[in-house]
Design a protein around this ligand. Structure first.
Ligand code: GCV
Length: 697
């Protein structure tokens, strides 16, 4: 279970005057669930269930001595119902936490319609206390805006994690189902505290074996651990499994034998896991099999699986991340072209899962044009919590601001205010099903996510999944309070660093709408010069199109006309470089190097200034972190400081390598005062990282 280690050596060093850091070491295992030093004791449950017991257990562990007794129970329990609290509008998962007179005593009541809701209320109460609320006056009421709040694990059955930077997979498939590592419980607790209610266990690049009986038994063991925490398990399904596992000749979704196979397979899963959530599918994308192999549409493929799980109330999350090397169309347009005509053709229990942007989780992408474009289809937003393109585990990049940016983006699909958040939460087109997915950044590292600040990205995903209108700033603050304690000097510093961090990564990796400039395969470090890969759209030169005269991808009508995939008001704005946000300029426009920017600088001067700003923001974060050295436990402080140094070195590497390359293309000198790259271009090109983490070798 979670524990805090007392580092006696720290005390000794402190006594000798060597260290001013607090005596406790903290390896980050506790996440946002640090136990209270003197926990509340007067906690009572009315009613009975494993989930209610778990909720009470959390309060007894994490809630500091409270001014009032606490009673937890479902709103229909006679003891609670008699209080006539306003619980009607809470739905299945919403909670109410409020003081009321119970048995003649003023008591804090934690309630909701289901035991899951009560659990969420218990965590909300703990969060409120840890972030400084006065429990005597507390009145909390909240219901999630999005129904399915799901983490996608890209975990492989051999224990590796695709794009995982926090160690091996948390799931020890080999010892499951017999050994249920206590970490599985702590993982469930951490997720339940945020309201996450679904976990896809295996990589979307799925192995067929995950659908065989031994692996279903392993999934069942995890489902049993997660169930009391309100979490369902889901599996990624390989579309060709009927051939590989079922020994059929085909996986054609219209073949009755194939349909029968999936139905029998689903029945088998539900016999073992009665609350199994359903399937996630990556089909006809990056070499994965799919319905297109049989000239069937994505809707036909999805609906076949949907029919198999429908009798059990299961769902299918069907990914729209498709593009093909055989298709000469701009990669950014392909998913829309393929899926938009299928609107209205998906079964009721299918959600189409769409990445935030049209390419692939780049540090900045404009919102995906499919949001708002398929009114008859529930759209699930897919975000990437693991930082494949934002510096892996080592760079500090708080993604709350990035998630907020896409959720707030206005699709204009039904007039002003048609935000991506409203598409995703189902309110814009009144869908019953709604969902959001985050590609998990969790592994077997002691601190779960590879660094302390990476934990904030998991936290931010969970909080925004519950309420996509929360601000990134508020989430950063409450995370910092629960992670480092309430000293405002530490909290303010952490929040300041976090809020500046993602923009810094954009600046030093690809400012002004540039994207996909990274090294091949592992995606580590810069490679804007790469032009020799087999598929055109795998090459960075495909994306930036830089030459002596200019840079950027023309997606207006003189180019690929991707702008026309947006609603007319957005398309109009993006059609003109003068009305396109500068942060997305080169995503949509190919412009001359001397294009006049709003700052008065030329495009080239502005690019150099942004690269420099990125590097100096990291230096600034280092200085700020130094300021709180004596206020943060030594272990987490030191690891963060070392990682910031790595980030600074790599930010400079990105800046120098990129500028060396751009200068080789445009022949321009650096603006006055800008430092020359440390090495020549040949040196940067020669760097090789065959063993970078997160990449299947
Ligand atoms: C799971 C990107 C990543 C792949 C990932 C893919 C996807 O291309 O680099 O590792 O595969 O996205 O989302 O399916």
């Amino acid at each position: 279970m979670m524990k805090k280690r007392l580092l006696t050596i720290g005390v000794c060093l402190g006594a000798l005057g060597f260290a001013t850091a607090p005596a406790f070491a903290n390896d980050g295992y506790d996440l946002w669930l640090a136990p209270a030093s003197s926990p509340a004791t007067d906690i009572r449950v009315v009613g009975q269930s494993q989930t209610l017991d778990r909720a009470a257990g959390e309060l007894r562990r994490d809630l500091a001595a409270a001014p009032l007794p606490v009673v937890l129970g479902k709103s229909d329990d006679p003891a609670i119902a008699a209080l006539r609290l306003p619980t009607r509008a809470l739905g299945e998962e919403g909670y109410l936490v409020r003081a009321a007179m119970l048995d003649g005593r003023k008591t804090l009541i934690v309630t909701g319609k289901t035991d899951r809701a009560v659990l969420y209320g218990a965590f909300a109460l703990i969060r409120a206390q840890k972030t400084g609320a006065d429990l005597a006056a507390i009145d909390l009421q909240s219901a999630p805006k999005i129904g399915l709040r799901v983490l996608n694990h890209w975990d492989n059955l051999d224990g590796s994690v695709e794009r995982g930077y926090a160690g091996q997979s948390l799931w020890d498939w080999w010892t499951l189902p017999d050994f249920k590592d206590p970490r599985y419980t702590d993982y469930a607790r951490a997720n339940a505290a945020l309201g996450i209610n679904g976990i896809v266990l295996n990589n979307v690049n799925a192995k067929p074996e995950s659908l065989t009986a031994p692996y279903i038994a392993k999934a069942k063991a995890l489902a049993e651990v997660f169930r009391p925490w309100g979490i369902k398990v889901y599996l990624s399904a390989r579309f060709s499994a009927p051939i590989e596992v079922g020994h059929l000749k085909s996986a054609d979704p219209l073949d009755p034998d194939v349909q029968a196979w999936w139905k029998a397979k689903s029945d088998e899963i539900y016999r073992e896991i009665p609350d199994f959530g359903g399937f996630l599918v990556k089909a006809n994308s990056e070499g994965q099999p799919g319905p297109r192999d049989y000239h069937r549409s994505h809707a036909e493929g999805a609906n076949m699986l949907a029919a198999a799980v429908a009798p059990h109330n299961g769902i299918v999350m069907w990914r729209a991340f498709v593009y093909a090397e055989t298709d000469p169309e701009d990669r950014a347009k392909q998913a829309y072209t393929e899926f938009k005509p299928l609107d209205g053709k998906f079964a009721d229990n299918v959600l189409v899962q769409v990445k935030n942007g049209a390419i692939d989780f780049q540090p900045r992408e404009p919102f995906h044009p499919l949001f708002g474009a398929m009114p008859k289809t529930p759209m699930m937003l897919e975000l990437q919590i693991t930082k494949e393109y934002l510096g892996f585990a080592t760079h500090l990049a708080y993604l709350g601001t990035m998630f907020e940016e896409v959720l707030e983006a206005d699709t204009r699909a039904k007039g002003k205010g048609s935000t991506v958040a409203k598409v995703v939460d189902g309110s814009l087109y009144r869908h019953k099903l709604s969902g959001i997915a985050g590609v998990a950044n969790v592994g077997r590292d002691r601190d779960w996510s590879g660094s302390t600040f990476n934990q904030a990205n998991w936290y931010a995903f969970g909080r925004l999944a519950w309420d996509p209108t929360l601000s990134a700033d508020r989430i950063a603050r409450e995370w910092a309070q629960q992670t480092f304690g309430n000293d405002p000097r530490v909290v303010d510093t952490a929040v300041k660093m976090m809020l500046a961090s993602r923009e810094a990564v954009v600046d030093y990796t690809g400012p002004l709408g540039l994207a996909h400039l990274m090294g091949t395969g592992h995606h580590y470090g810069p490679g804007p010069w790469i032009s020799d890969l087999a598929r055109p759209e795998w090459n960075p030169v495909y994306y930036h199109k830089a030459d002596r005269n200019g840079i950027g991808f023309d997606r207006t009508k003189t180019g690929s006309n991707a702008v026309a995939q947006y609603a007319p008001a957005v398309a109009k704005m993006l059609a003109d470089p003068r009305t396109t946000p500068e942060s997305e300029l080169l995503w949509f426009h190919h412009l001359p190097w001397d294009w006049k920017m709003k700052s008065g600088r030329t495009l080239w001067q502005e690019m150099v200034a942004r690269y420099d700003r990125g590097v100096s923001t990291v230096a600034q974060m280092q200085a700020e972190w130094q300021e709180v050295k004596s206020l943060v436990d030594a272990e987490r402080w030191q690891k963060t400081a070392s990682y910031l140094q790595i980030q600074h070195n790599e930010a400079k590497w990105w800046r120098d390598a990129s500028l060396a390359y751009w200068m080789s293309v445009n022949g321009l000198p650096l603006p006055a005062g800008a430092a020359a790259p440390e090495h020549d271009l040949a040196w940067y090109k020669a760097q090789d990282f065959p063993l970078a983490p997160g990449h299947p070798h």
